[in-house]
Write a protein that binds this ligand. Structure first.
Ligand code: SF4
Ligand code: SF4
Length: 462
């Protein structure tokens, strides 16, 4: 029998624990003492006997002793590890993505309803892995603004000024190398517009060489055949793009780039042509409040994944002017009542104690901006943990400021701790800092969305 790791599977080891995750079919495993078995399973197909012989040599025992355990092990990793008698049998099992017509997709949905229980088990695995990573302060998610140049000037954008900085290719490679060595997994390439970076395709290829799980945030206005082929070749997890309205004038008025609707739609068609996974997101603002649903209808018709959101982030220089484009309270109430299928919101759990950490800040996520500065989240400019041109990622992660942020406790935010709407609110220190310049102080307007969610929840529960 031939065995190989799916090209969409990623393996990471943390002490005696191993994480195995497939980005296409969501197969997830969290295993103890499995590294010696996983070590010899590669993306290149090998005969089972050859792998067993290597493991037996490692343990200093006979292949016959290892073979039954290894066969059981491989069987348990279905979806992440592929088996077959021929190369062709392995290839057809690769969970490659392709766009389906609406009719095909409806057939698939009916089939997948029967595997709901398995899916729930997978989700539980995700929670277990996440809790482990948080407890061990293991960076596993890296957001990089490759450049602050952008082709658009969106009304609500949090970037304060455009086109002054771009990360060098060498700096990005150094960051990927460091990230990979410490077991990093996900990298989100953003900007500005990441395709404005002159070496965007080389960066994608280097990320793949480092075995990173890649997502891209792009407006698609610069997408061309070369770039879309590279996105397909490096097997990105997905690309997320924003469409504000199917009324071109409304979309263009928000991006402040005439013709951008047409350019983004052309990009979406190219993504479809090359079967590169994509999600379409619609930020809901005052300007597209009457037409955002047209995007949802378009996505349903074309079978694109769709989400919407109405939460805006203040500019990272504490200028809240962009928040004026956010929904007023009446609109927010209407949006939250209407959006359950595209942006489901449910009551979160809030069972924290006063001495529990305030949030996950500096436990699993890190952000790098176009100037090379590391930040804990998409936070204000003064919260710099280090700079990739001068510091290693680990130095930034272990900096005094990172320790201070990790030490934030629920008791430091007494108003939020006793707030009834807390189970609908991130109560985010980084958002506080963006909006007020003070980690501990939120703007009263920040409470509007969670409070409306709480009211709606109470009304629906009566
Ligand atoms: S709640 Fe805010 S500060 Fe905390 S981890 Fe999330 S984004 Fe960062
Ligand atoms: S709604 Fe306001 S007071 Fe309540 S938890 Fe959120 S930020 Fe804190």
């Amino acid at each position: 029998m031939l065995i190989n790791l799916s090209h969409h599977t990623f393996v990471r080891h943390f002490g005696n624990m191993s994480e195995v995750v497939n980005q296409r079919n969501d197969a997830k495993f969290f295993l103890q003492d499995a590294e010696p078995f996983l070590r010899f399973i590669t993306c290149e197909p090998q005969r089972e006997e050859a792998i067993v012989a290597k493991i037996a040599k490692l343990y200093g025992c006979s292949p016959e002793e290892i073979a039954p355990d290894f066969a059981e092990f491989v069987q348990s990793l279905q979806g992440a590890v592929l088996t077959g008698s021929t190369q062709e049998e392995l290839t057809v099992q690769e969970p490659e993505f392709r766009y389906y017509t609406k009719a095909e997709a409806e057939g698939k949905t009916a089939q997948s309803a029967s595997v709901k229980t398995e899916k729930q088990e997978e989700d539980n695995f995700g929670i277990i892995i996440n809790d482990f990573l948080i407890a061990h302060k293991q960076i596993c998610s890296l957001h990089i603004d490759l450049t602050d140049a952008c082709t658009e000037r969106c009304l609500h954008c949090y970037v304060p000024e455009y086109g002054t900085k771009t990360l060098s290719f060498e700096a990005v490679c150094k960051v990927f190398d460091e990230y990979r060595v410490i077991g990093g997994l996900e990298v989100e390439l953003s900007g500005g517009e990441p395709m404005c970076h002159p070496q965007f395709c080389e960066i994608l290829r280097y990320a793949r060489k480092c075995d990173l799980m890649i997502t891209v945030l792009s407006n698609l206005t610069l997408l061309n055949e070369e770039t879309v082929k590279t996105l397909a070749d490096v097997r990105i997890k997905y690309l997320q793009t924003s469409v504000y309205s199917m009324v071109p004038e409304i979309h263009d008025a928000i991006t402040r780039r005439p013709g951008s609707f047409k350019e983004t739609m052309r990009g979406i068609e190219l993504m479809r042509k090359y079967n590169v996974p994509m999600k379409i997101n619609t930020p809901v603002l005052k300007e597209n409040f009457d037409s955002w649903r047209t995007v949802e209808e378009f996505c349903a018709d074309q079978n694109y994944k769709f989400s919407s959101n109405a939460t805006l982030l203040a500019k990272v220089n504490h200028d809240c002017g962009n928040l004026d484009h956010g929904l007023n309270s009446g609109q927010m109430r209407t949006y939250l009542s209407d959006c359950q299928h595209s942006n489901p919101w449910v009551a979160g759990k809030f069972e924290k104690q006063l001495d529990d950490p305030m949030c996950e800040v500096c436990t699993i996520k890190l952000r790098l901006d176009a100037a090379g500065n590391y930040y804990p989240c998409v936070a204000g400019r003064e919260l710099v943990l280090g700079n990739c041109y001068n510091d290693t990622m680990q130095q930034a992660w272990n900096s005094e400021l990172a320790e201070k942020l990790r030490a934030l406790k629920q008791r430091d935010f007494p108003e939020c701790f006793k707030c009834k709407s807390r189970c609908f609110c991130m109560a985010c220190p980084a958002a506080n800092f963006n909006e007020t310049g003070d980690l501990y102080k939120h703007r009263p307007e920040y409470c509007m969305e969670p409070k409306i969610k709480y009211q709606l929840y109470k009304e629906q529960s009566c």
